[in-house]
Design a protein around this ligand. Sequence first.
Ligand SMILES: [Zn+2]
Length: 367
Amino acid sequence: MEKVLILVIDGCAPEYFTEKTAPHIFRLAKKTGFAKRILCAVPSVTNVNHACILSGKWPEETGVVGNYFYNLETGREGFIEERGYMKAPTILQRCKEAGGKTALLTVKGKILGVYGDGADIGISAQTPDRGQLEQYGLDMPPAIQSGESTQWIIKAAYQCIKIADPDMVYCTTNDYIFHHYAPGHKEAVAQIAAIDEYVEKICTLDPGRQIYITADHGMNQKSTIVNFQSIAERAGFAVYCLPPLKDRYVENHIYQEGGMLYVFLKDKSQAAAFFDFAKNHHHVEQVLPKEEAAEIYHLPAGRIGDYVLFSGKDSAFGEVEGECITTDASRTHGSLHERDIPLVALNPAASEEKYLYNKDIVARLSL
Ligand SMILES: [Zn+2]
């Protein structure tokens, strides 16, 4: 069976991960693979893209359209943190079924919660297991809201490959650092340096392993945060605005701010008027009826509200007081402007031009 490592650097816009910040990885890519820019799935949020990367499928098949769900009929809503939401089989499940050994390593505990099925070895920096730490020679993990947590998880991946040699390894970080620091800042540079060091070590240990390094989404500075729920209500619309990015990691985005909204109309007779209103609002870059959004971005039409709204590059939708605030303290994602992500492939399964989206990594594996 082919040996694979997929490393997903959470929130890694291409500007963070370059020849300058990761010299060892880019040197290896020149010898045994390639480095390029690809796109993530829409919306550009964590859960949605882990589902796509793990399965090689679009959201219309994974069924995962956000970190948070809302059901208009029942009024139920909540965080997506446990198993049962993912509708497509993951590469971990497929590999295990074929007799392979699998590992899932993550800083954010919810990733293990949602996608852990099929992982023989599951390591989470948020919920460490003492026995596992001893087995893999690891110290207690640092706080997950830190650059050190990335260093810890990538070292754990190296130790796991050295000691247990799983066929399929999926490893992912936290985007805390990139939510707080722009490319070039020493914290961001240090995070990539740790990845560069350990990926080189893994290559030396296991030179034949296929290694794919990518991201779940990018990241941009946002100067305006817009409370579209409040704006729409004041204009007389009965709506529920769901930010697909909403999660419990509020230290990453204190207003749950993100670049996309699913808008559920409680009164369908307002549909045409709402479309006109949203289309003409200066903080909305684009509004699409659900059918159109589903068609263009391969989303399940029944799960994304009635309309999908996108913000501009330097603004986001969030749960702020009043209608809108300006800030110099928000870096976030979720819009079409955070779709650009890097892909570095070492010993890849297919040639460079076969990879356009992060889902293509698993789609090209022969398993
Ligand atoms: Zn993320």
